[in-house]
Design a protein around this ligand. Sequence first.
Ligand code: C5P
Length: 303
Amino acid sequence: MPTLDLSVRPRALSLSAPAKINLTLAVSDPREDGYHELRSLVVGVDLRDAVTCAVGADVGVGLECDDTAIKPGTNLAWIAAKLLAGRYGLDGRVRIALRKRIPLGAGLGGGSSDAAAAFRLCNELWSLGLNDNVLAEIGAEVGSDVPLFFSLPSAVITGRGERVERMALRWTGWALLVLPKVSISTRDVYACRRSADAAGDDVELTTLGRCTSARELSPLLFNDLEPAVFRACPELKNLRDVIQARVGGVVRVTGSGSTLFQLFDDYERAATTARTIEQSCPGVATCVVRAPVSCGDPVSEEL
Ligand code: C5P
């Protein structure tokens, strides 16, 4: 796969789109527009979809995906390309191919990350010359989580999630992701939220930035949405309790779920814990991935 040669206008470009986890997530009561004001420290993790955009012969935006549940019309990468074409008066002529590895409805931001990748790829293919700040601003119209994928490996998000500031972490290590076979709607989780759920202990995020080990970092992790996630999906609480009892340590939900995660400094310990969880919880998949990680750079594809 050759790297991008900017002297030749490419016909097809690919990008690897990473997942995210929320290390902290403070959520306030709903605003007048119905969205919740939040403040969250997010990191990219090395579980990635592959997004390819190719210049197509037909007018419009096409989409193909190895997951048949994903359809044009509702897919965020497709919506992103349509929006960008409409905004700049282009007729589209792009085919998007998604190879999904990030599960849907998992709180890992897969759809939003694919949309951010589609923005970056179409920007190159159509020679729009927009910078990441402009793309992130347009991305906020597609979904609250899209802008953060322009600022990984680690960032603080505020507002409804669309205001993003990079924040470096000293820690690098491994995230053990527990992927139950359940998909949760973000909207449903917010509907289950109660004011009293807020832990009210939004720790200084700079303190997390100074941590150098998972042992220091883990006790500071929190997610105000966890009670609502467990209300919306009680079997997930059972799973979290079983895992917590079996392996100990801090096990958190990312975003509005359904993924649970634990942080490690050592790959072997993470992998051993993953095997223990898979043996104790039939039907539950796990993966151990590097964190924090960034988005990749576009590479040109042979057609
Ligand atoms: O912005 P996005 O479409 O990703 O949000 C999905 C839904 O999640 C919203 O319609 C809203 O119900 C809820 N949400 C919220 N507050 C946020 C982000 C999302 O209430 N900060």
